[in-house]
Design a protein around this ligand. Structure first.
Ligand code: HEC
Length: 134
């Protein structure tokens, strides 16, 4: 089991690198730092993984992948919509129970796991960012 998890992490890492090279998003790509994404992994594993799965797409509703991104990008959608969804309705069994720092971190982790590159997060800019990868 431990081996399998390690393998998944490595595979994810490799896939992530490939995605970065493919598409890191344009100038309105969402922003976050490497540090936030790292902290977000802990938040995710503690508060989200039991419902959304350890790999973000192996539990309840997937928070990673094309379908997920399609839902949160496109006409009229901004990164703030996704952030607010997380910060005001999650964890589903205890909405709003995390700190803003924790919500920013877990948002960053989800974006990183979806192939976005870290860039400094400025919350007031979220409304100008999209999750479009083209
Ligand atoms: C008790 C189970 C549970 C926990 C814990 C939980 N979620 Fe959810 N989450 C759900 C369910 C069920 C849905 C689908 C219904 C909805 O959107 O409210 C959902 C939906 C979502 C969505 C939207 C998915 C989509 O398809 O657009 C996101 C993003 C999300 N959760 C993020 C998180 C994050 C981040 C955490 C941890 C801070 C978290 N969730 C914790 C159950 C949970």
């Amino acid at each position: 089991m431990r081996k399998l998890v390690l393998f998944s992490v490595l595979a994810l890492g490799a896939a992530g690198t490939w995605v970065y090279a493919q598409s890191s998003g344009g100038s309105n790509a969402p922003t976050f730092t490497e540090k936030q994404a790292q902290a977000g992994e802990t938040v995710y594993n503690t508060s989200c993984a039991m419902c959304h799965g350890k790999n973000l797409n192996d539990g309840g509703p997937a928070v990673k992948g094309d379908k997920f991104l399609a839902k949160w990008s496109g006409e009229g959608k901004t990164a703030l919509d996704l952030y607010n969804k997380i910060a005001t309705t999650m964890p589903k069994n205890k909405p709003g129970s995390l700190t803003q720092t924790q919500y920013e971190a877990v948002y960053a982790y989800i974006l990183q796991q979806n192939g976005f590159k870290p860039r400094e997060l400025q919350k007031e800019d979220l409304k100008n960012h999209t999750l479009d990868k083209k």
